[in-house]
Design a binder for this molecule. Sequence first.
Ligand SMILES: [Zn+2]
Length: 594
Amino acid sequence: MNWRMWQFENLKMKAGKFIFLLIKIALIFKLAHYQISTLSAQNYPQNYFRYPLDSLPNFVSPFGGLRDNHFHSGVDLKTNEREGFPVLASADGFVSRIKIQSTAYGKAIYLKHPNGYTTVYGHLQKYHNKIAQWIHAYQYKNESFEFDKVFEIPILLVKKGDTIGFSGNSGGSTGPHLHFEIRDNKTEEIINPALFGILPFDTIKPVFKKICFYNFSVDKSFIVSEFDLNENKILNNDSVWIYKDTIEIGNGLNALGIEAFDYIHNYKDEKTIYTFGLTLDTKNIFNFKLNKFAFDETKYINTHIDYAYYKLQQTRIQKCFLEDGNEIKLYLHDKNKGKFLLHDFNTHQLLFNVADFSGNYKKLIVYIKKKKDLIKLQNTNTAKIFYPNNHNALAKKDIKISIAPNSFYDTVYFDFEILNGTKKSFSKIYKIHNSLTPLHKNFEISIKATSVKKEYQSKLLLAYFDKNEKHFRSAGGNFEKGWVSAKASSFGNYFVTIDTISPSIEQVFIHDKKVVLDSLAWHIEMKDNFSGIAKYAAYLNNNWILMDYDAKNNLMSYKFDEIYDQIVLSKQKLELKIVVTDRKGNKSSKIFYP
Ligand SMILES: [Zn+2]
């Protein structure tokens, strides 16, 4: 950023601060009546951690939001679609970890505090002052942009409110914001920051969208009926909705699923709800609450929601019952884990309750009764059955798969088929079940390759695709004694293919402010066609130089600093050399005379 832009940004931020002050004063009276409706907050220190931006709490995404393969581990704080806001230490402490990645959290920093908690700040644009200097020296010493450094002893100390960096959009972030977490040092669990009093002002009630009925007459759960909660089906009294019709349900064990949303700042922006509960005839049978969880539990999102429904409809139905394979500790339930039987043909009452952290709630009453003339559901599936607790395997002449115990959340009727290969395959295509079944752990897969010249064997890898996809993706893997083996994370159609194409390297000139704010930089676009970029480096007149790598934009950026100045002052001719290698060892290098 040049000084003129900087001045302009600075002015805008000053104006912003003044408006925030006015809002703060206006809200003080309202806030006096504002109470947090949770008991749990009493266990956590209040007012210890400050909001890490110089603004009122404003969330893009709350704690525990339902994401692909994980619950959101922190809160995303709004930075008005812009980068460069000072990120402030939430409390006194020291820098306990710095992690820089081209994906995921991007430029992240961890602060350890004396009260037993660590705060985490992700997707930064850059770091500040002594922290930035330390990082710059470390990157040059190790000749690497990406690193993960844990500090056992305090070297870089911070005071509450100190600027530690600037908000950005680095790593996997898809829009400028600050990702913020509070973790317990002992258990390493991530805790809802609202429990520490960090939450936005919110008076908007959550809303129900859909309820689904499950039936367990056959030993696999699936949705047997679903009801949209549109206006003409609801008797409305604002906080309590009553569904107009009595719903008839099946024989045997039943259970529910709901689609519901919370809103924080406006009625359009759908957020994940903090808590929901279900009672049957006033007896509490199932409760869910997003207070805290551990990182190794986060993938249970795929059994918390109806995974197949999500894959097919892009709608997340949250189950009001617990699958046997679900071990994340977010629930309270009766001995049937939320499933229930109706013993008579009377009408019974289901009561759903959803609420946000601020105590705004909505209730939904649904009357149900057992169907008189029941159609018995029968399991006609003749496929091989895989049970969750077993080690499940398949071994054929040209393919082997091995699935560790506890990879499934539920019984799986395993679907396997051998299909003809294509021009790009070095094996048959194997249909390994389908992508609607989630996996908790990676599974091992080996496929025998058709004969390939020795020099190409190291370039072989596995590819996979979904039934509905035109393009196939790399599953990685290596060749050994005729077989290509990989660890795969999802089911689909697999085959052996080859990657002999080196990554491309091009200089690009970026004027789009959204991508790069700094004009005093060189930008190099590097792309790989298939296996993905494994290694990269940049040299200026034969000396390694630091280039930021932003994987989502395939972009390397060199921001001019004192090393560049030294070379320019010495009036040497500039030579920028980029070297990139993909995961199959295909290497490219290119020299630019910028
Ligand atoms: Zn986040």
